[in-house]
Ligand binder design. Structure first.
Ligand code: MSP
Length: 544
């Protein structure tokens, strides 16, 4: 049996309300997990984890501003994150919260282990601290950023404290060797180069604790083992979530994670500190740390000061107008998956909606189902013997075309190129459209209607049946390939073809043209409302 596909998202700070950025990463993981479940549909083959990071100091301050205890505030916001991901249709297998005992207890155990191995020790620390991001910057990074937070622009502060340190430099060579031997470990490549560049500057020990002071706020966090005067630095606590969630007898075999999905803001922690912690604990390293870029809005960076976040309310308004699957589609296919930022702009949304969905899969499925209604009384016509239309103006080897589409989708998904994975589905839709254009089934039907029952007529009838069988069967496969992005509407499309998707059959068989799961002649095909009605490019953006 292949190793399980364990995929994670960052765990999000609970001081903020969920917005597009958080929904995006979790949605990417959802689509990747859904695709992998198609590949190997067995209960244990895929595990998708998301959750919340709750021990940050800013949780204490925002809780105070709302006159709540940090825990009560975290409880409330963790629910909001869950609700947001549920709304987005993300089928996570577990939602971890760092205030849960199952997490905190294990974190203490890992730190003890690191201490026992001599990788964690008490020392003095002085450095430039970014209060908004809760992280220290190296001297060089602080200077380059003009002593301001590179993320929020707030001035850095000079801080001195007694801290526990993790001996990061001890693992530098091993990390470099690992990155060298595993080119896909840090992806995309530009991020790998970025990390390698910074590694050349050398590593320093990292503080992994914060002092507990007279300030009651400093009590928030997990205490260092056997030293209540220190709590574990929130970032170290948070990174361990990936392991604590699956470090149980029932989930044995899930570690190492196949993919950690993150954005560019938290690359260093995931590509350097986390792997070194794992090496120190003698645990295998994750297969891939995949970093995406940022969403901006209408060309401008989203920020608190501009107050221009694409909030969950905005996403809900788009879903109410265009359907949730259209929102999922836009984010997945037109988002910042690689190294360039992407714009959440209304014009772009409508353009993608019309081109990919209304005029793409939507129109194609309407055409095919309507023709089967009209010419075959809504029953799948008999399949061709060879999968080819002989004598027609165009012949397509559908078995090979569909097999290629499935292979292309699988190869793209392995590289986390989810847009490419889904393009395999839309390319198949285009192939069906082209085929209809070339074989002109409506023309054949007209010619048949004009003549009487002659042998030539029977030939036309056979050709028409062959063409429409091919279209319907290829449409079934396109819908399967598109379903990780659009489970709802592709489920509806498949239902119109009398197919239920949750067959316990691996994709290679499920999506084989004319294979074991193929459309059977005589099955009912329903035409219906368009799956995606065309949108007017001039219409106003839905307001959230
Ligand atoms: N709690 C830490 C992560 C700990 S992981 C062990 C954290 N949380 S966060 O709430 O700030 O979330 C950051 C993540 O949210 C990014 O890495 C990315 O996944 C997502 N995004 C936040 N804003 C984003 C955009 N504007 N665009 C795309 N995704 C972004 O950092």
């Amino acid at each position: 049996m292949p190793a399980p596909y364990y995929i994670t998202t960052p765990i999000y700070y609970v001081n903020d309300r969920p917005h597009l950025g958080h929904c995006y990463t979790t949605l990417l993981a959802d689509a990747a997990a859904r695709f992998q479940r198609l590949l190997t549909p067995d209960d244990r083959s895929v595990f998708f984890l998301t959750g919340t990071d709750e021990h940050a100091d800013k949780v204490v301050s925002s809780a105070a501003a709302h006159e709540l205890s940090p825990q009560a505030w975290a409880d409330r916001n963790a629910l909001e994150f869950r609700a947001a991901f549920d709304f987005m249709g993300c089928a996570y297998d577990d939602f971890i919260r760092t205030t849960e005992a199952r997490h905190t207890e294990k974190v203490v155990g890992y730190i003890r282990e690191l201490m026992a191995r001599g990788d964690v020790y008490l020392g003095d620390y002085q450095g430039w601290y970014d209060e908004t991001q809760e992280e220290y910057l190296t001297e060089t990074a602080a200077r380059e950023a003009d002593f301001k937070s590179p993320v929020t622009g707030r001035p850095l502060v000079r801080r001195a404290e007694k801290n526990y340190f993790f001996n990061l430099p001890r693992y530098q060579e091993r990390l470099l060797a690992h990155i060298g031997a595993n080119p896909g470990f840090i992806a995309p490549e530009a991020r790998r180069n970025e990390v390698l560049g910074r590694l050349r500057e050398g590593l320093q020990a990292v503080p992994i604790s914060r002092a507990v002071t007279a300030d009651p706020g400093s009590r928030w966090g997990i205490r260092m083992p056997d030293d209540p005067g220190h709590r574990i630095y929130v970032w170290i606590d948070a990174l361990f979530n990936y392991l604590t969630a699956v470090d149980t007898p029932e989930r044995a075999g899930y570690w190492p994670a196949r993919v950690h999905l993150i954005a560019k803001d938290i690359l260093w922690f995931h590509a350097v500190i986390w792997p070194c912690l794992l090496m120190a604990l003698d645990r295998p390293l994750p297969g891939m740390v995949y970093t995406h870029s940022y969403w901006v809005r209408e060309g401008r960076k989203m920020s608190k000061s501009l107050g221009n976040f694409v909030t969950l309310e905005v996403l809900k308004a788009y879903a109410a107008r265009y359907g949730l699957d259209a929102v999922r589609w836009y984010l997945l296919v037109h988002g910042p998956l690689g190294v360039t930022d992407a714009d959440f702009a209304h014009g772009r949304f409508v353009e993608a909606y019309n081109a990919d969905l209304a005029n793409g899969i939507g129109n194609c499925s309407s055409r095919v189902t309507a023709m089967i209604q009209k010419y075959f009384e809504g029953a799948v016509p008999a399949p061709p013997e060879s999968g080819l239309v002989t004598g027609a103006p165009a012949s397509v080897d559908w078995r090979a075309t569909c097999a290629r589409a499935v292979a292309a989708a699988e190869a793209a998904a392995a590289q986390m190129d989810l847009a490419g994975c889904l393009r395999a589905g839309t390319d198949l839709v285009s192939a069906i459209d082209r085929y209809i254009g070339e074989t002109r089934p409506f023309g054949l039907a007209k010619a048949m209607a004009a003549g009487g029952p002659t042998p030539a007529q029977a030939g036309l009838q056979h050709q028409l049946a062959t063409i429409l069988y091919n279209c319907a069967e290829a449409l079934r496969i396109a819908a399967i390939l598109l379903s990780p992005a659009m489970p709802g509407s592709m489920g509806r499309l498949l239902a119109r073809l009398s197919v239920t998707l949750d067959q316990r059959v691996p994709l290679a068989e499920l999506a084989a043209f004319d294979g074991p799961a193929a459309l059977r002649p005589g099955t009912r095909v329903l035409a219906g409302e368009p799956l995606f009605a065309r949108a007017d490019p001039a219409e106003a953006a839905p307001a959230g």
